[in-house]
Ligand binder design. Structure first.
Ligand code: KG4
Ligand code: ZN
Length: 365
């Protein structure tokens, strides 16, 4: 940390279906205060289509971004003149939405003479556990959201090494698609978790992808296909509940099994040093997933940290903090910083083993 005074940063998040704004204060000793964090969800606008419609999302962001920023400042009891920086998500995500928040952030930076941080949304998720817990670097991170499923070594600001990623769907995508096959409303993850309550996870056997396979990559397409087929055969409430419980357990189990491999490799390289495991992203809101990972981490001598539920799903506090950490290191982005629909955190790993090939559906970074 190189600054003497605290940084007070406005964060803006518009990469998917939430328009979010927040004010975060980062102190020179690494303390973090979330002064405000507000989220306008577009769920109702997309629900009739069963998923996010990019053009509807972009328009909805345009309509509320100014009001959300004003609301975040008001809730923080400060004005634009009290800010020392602006952070906006610059990708990865739906480019129309990203451009709304990024352009708004650039305008604030220009008008107020503030430094801009064009933040990688994934870096926001990566720091999200630091919003509410005393969590120093380095740590091992499982990032599980609607678009991503990755194991990363996070050494510090902007220093990410990817240990594993999904070779097909992201975990959140699997939750969403299987939930849809069960006739549950969008977004499927929370709805499936609710349906699974009290269910018998052992009633329906589901495939265990990559079991025993070396490395820490993930695969959910086999599970998705098997679960969708079973979804056509279940009808009674108890059958549906048991299938939902089986799906949730299968996803949690794969996440834990692959994370355990990453933990073992990470621990072997860091003998005698503190071992920290963090799970973040929308799927980290799932209680079964959290519990399974906490168990795996503790059994291996790792501390376990997951953000509070409100910081698991998309929010702007994590973007403000990621931006503040970058600004504190003197990393200021130019006002022509581009919106980047695809933007892997570990560029080298993504180039060496691309998971997205033109014409093929796959992970977005
Ligand atoms: O991080 P996020 O809000 O947005 C992305 O960056 O993708 O993650 C959204 C994903 C969706 O797939 C959603 O279904 C999933 O997180 N999700 C959950 C739960 N809450 C959100 N999945 C399972 N259980 C939950 N409770
Ligand atoms: Zn996200």
């Amino acid at each position: 940390m190189t600054t003497a005074a605290p940084l007070t940063v406005l964060g803006l998040e518009t990469s998917c279906d939430e328009t979010a704004a927040a004010v975060v204060r980062l102190w020179p000793d690494d303390r973090v205060d979330v002064l405000s964090s507000v989220v306008a969800s577009q769920i109702a606008a997309h629900a009739p289509y069963g998923g996010v419609v990019p053009e509807i999302a972009a328009r909805a962001h345009v309509e509320v971004i100014g009001a959300m920023a004003a609301q975040a400042l008001e809730a923080a009891r400060i004005g634009y003149g009290d800010l020392t920086g602006v952070a906006a998500t610059a990708g990865p995500g739906l480019v129309g939405g990203v451009m709304v928040g990024l352009s708004f952030g650039k305008a604030v930076a220009l008008a107020r003479g503030l430094p801009l941080a064009a933040v990688n949304h994934l870096e926001g998720h990566a720091v999200s556990a630091r919003l509410a817990a005393d969590l120093p670097y380095p740590f091992l991170l499982l990032l599980v959201s609607g678009g991503h499923c990755q194991l990363l070594e996070v050494a510090g600001v902007g220093a990410h090494k990817r240990l594993g990623t999904t070779i097909d769907d992201a975990a959140g995508e699997a939750f969403d698609k299987i939930a849809k096959a069960l006739g549950l409303p969008y977004p499927g993850g929370p709805a499936l978790e609710k349906l699974a309550q009290g269910g018998d996870a052992d009633r329906y056997p589901l495939p265990r992808a990559l079991l025993g396979r070396a490395g820490c990559d993930f695969s959910f397409s086999g599970l998705k296909t098997a679960a969708a087929r079973l979804a056509d055969t279940v009808s009674t409430p108890s059958e549906r509940r048991d299938l939902a419980a089986a799906v949730q357990a299968a996803i949690a189990r794969q996440l834990a099994e692959r994370a355990e491999r990453a933990m073992d490799a990470y621990a072997a390289r860091r003998a005698g040093q503190a071992l920290r495991f963090v799970v973040a992203g929308g799927v980290a809101a799932n209680r079964a997933v959290r519990a399974r990972l906490e168990h795996s981490a503790q059994a291996r001598g790792f501390s376990f940290t997951a953000p509070p539920l409100a910081y698991c799903t998309d929010n702007a506090a994590m973007i403000a903090l990621a931006g503040a950490e970058r600004l504190a290191q003197g990393l200021i982005d130019p006002l022509d910083a581009p919106a980047r629909p695809r933007w892997p955190l570990d560029q080298a790993a993504a180039l060496a083993a691309p998971t997205h090939v033109a014409g093929r559906k796959g992970a977005k970074a």
